[in-house]
Design a protein around this ligand. Structure first.
Ligand SMILES: [Zn+2]
Length: 491
């Protein structure tokens, strides 16, 4: 009983904070021109593929009925084996080309399991940055350290960690400037509330969403950086909800609201639609609340959407690819970024995939790294100490040359083809060649696992030292999160 009250309190706390960004004063619906309060964009000078105005009309003059209805299913916070199972249950539908539906995970690293993260990526899904220790208004170091640990322990190429979402959806104009400086492709932290369900657009003319937060002033111009608004779901009382819609009302209500809003996109201008969840709320864990009704409702909503022949479940990076070269639904299957071929490797290597036809990826090859409260699995070397935001990639616990040493992902191979034990790239055709042009160079601290001598230095990204104020604020939030994790039974 006591526990259930705590759970309810924790749930209310999380819910409030996770949806607070779309609560508050909504603006009236925007008009049909391109002036939204202080946002304005001139389509005669903002021209694709370099620049996109915020608009509700499909790009390239496509008629709405020909546009593929894209659905972006996103997951936030750490990836753990049980949470991964929940995500796969949700995405257990096929796109019209026969490939499995894909989703995007905004990963923060407290309690993150890197082997699971690599498996999610290897299956064709997107791994995106949600800061190292899950802080709102994040520092540059929070954002960069997350990328570095994802690269080192989950083998995600830097060039594939291209998306960002602010924890608690708490971003500032400075957050957007940082991710632009670091070469990200897009942000997806803003709300479409108030009728601002625009197609993804670039920030050449600033933000057109969330203007009530004071973020639409004309000084914020970040050419080429995409904003993918989070598309809200309207509930039975007309309130717009952004994340974890199923946390309010009965599961059947949440399903009905979701499908009704989806239909309004599908039968309207076919702006992308979104389902944004924290899979922890949909996963029944020992001693925790039974989430099976909520999960069933959301799975069934997704299955109904997938039954339409022009509905595509895409990652947010695939959505940006489509924006750059908009094609009608009839041509979607031919787009290379929608293909789903997997490496044809005859031996089991530690790459996030199961090569030998069993049921477990990387059977017997995964390292377990145990630091007490921090525990994770990885295909790469365990660090010699707990990774932190200040030191996200400590020296490995094993020296190069010793038996069992694993080589970091080099910048000329994608981790699906990289055998870290043999230190070999098993890609031998132009089809799978990969050259990471967004390689980050270690200059944030002296202790990184910089064993890979082939790392190019063509894109130097410098992390700034973190102020002590920021460190204190981070620590407070970490403690708060830990309390919630305990209440939820996540630890
Ligand atoms: Zn989060």
């Amino acid at each position: 009983m006591v526990k259930s009250i705590f759970l309810a309190a924790a749930s209310a706390f999380i819910t409030h904070h996770l949806v607070s960004a779309q609560e508050g004063a909504f603006l009236p619906s925007a008009g049909s021109n391109l002036n939204y309060a202080s946002y304005s964009c001139d389509p005669s000078t903002c021209i694709a593929p370099a620049c996109y105005c915020a608009t509700k009309d499909p790009p390239a003059g496509l008629s709405p009925s020909s546009v593929p209805q894209m659905v972006s299913v996103t997951f936030d916070d750490s990836i753990q084996p049980q949470l991964l199972e929940t995500a796969y249950k949700m995405l257990n539908v096929k796109n019209p080309n026969g490939c499995k539906a894909k989703g995007t995970w905004y990963v923060s690293l407290q309690y993150n399991d890197y082997a699971s993260t690599q498996q999610w990526y290897a299956a064709g899904n997107e791994v995106a940055d949600h800061t190292f220790s899950h802080v709102g208004s994040p520092s540059e170091q929070e954002i960069v350290s997350c990328q570095r640990a994802l690269n080192a322990y989950a083998g995600i190429p830097y060039g594939k960690i291209q998306g960002f979402r602010a924890p608690f959806l708490n971003y500032t104009t400075n957050t957007l400037k940082i991710i632009k400086d670091h070469g990200f492709t897009y942000d997806s932290s803003v709300s479409s509330a108030g009728g601002k369900n625009f197609y993804p657009y670039t920030l050449d003319n600033g933000l057109a969403n969330d203007c009530w937060k004071g973020v639409c002033d004309s000084s914020l111009k970040l050419p080429g950086l995409f904003e993918i608004p989070m598309y809200s779901v309207t509930d039975g009382s007309g309130t717009e909800r952004l994340m974890d819609v199923y946390l309010d009302g009965k599961p059947s209500d949440a399903k009905a609201w979701t499908l009704k809003t989806f239909e309004s996109h599908y039968n309207g201008n076919r702006q992308p639609f979104g389902i944004y969840v924290h899979p922890a709320h949909l996963t029944t864990q020992a001693g925790g609340p039974d989430a099976s009704d909520k999960l069933s409702a959301i799975v069934s909503a997704i299955q109904e959407m997938a039954a339409k022949k022009d509905v595509w479940f895409v990652t947010n990076l695939q959505l940006v690819e489509w924006m750059k070269k908009p094609v009608p639904a009839s041509e979607m299957a031919q787009q290379p970024y929608m293909h789903c071929e997997q490496p044809d490797i005859k031996q089991e290597i530690c790459n996030g995939l199961d090569e030998t036809g069993g049921t477990t990826a990387d059977n017997g090859l995964i390292n377990s790294c145990n630091f007490g409260t921090t525990f994770f699995k990885t295909c790469f070397n365990c660090p010699s100490q707990v990774p932190t935001v200040a030191n996200p990639v400590p020296p490995p616990s094993i020296a190069k040359g010793q038996s069992g040493y694993r080589e970091m992902l080099p910048d000329n191979c994608d981790s699906k083809w990289w055998d870290p034990i043999a230190a070999t790239c098993l890609c031998s055709s132009s089809h799978c060649e990969y050259k990471d042009t967004a390689v980050m160079v270690d200059n944030m601290n002296g202790g990184a696992d910089s064993s890979s001598g082939s790392r190019s230095k063509n894109s130097i990204i410098v992390g700034k030292p973190q102020s002590s104020d920021t460190v204190k604020a981070d620590a407070k939030i970490e403690v708060g999160l830990m309390v919630l994790m305990i209440l939820y039974g996540w630890m």
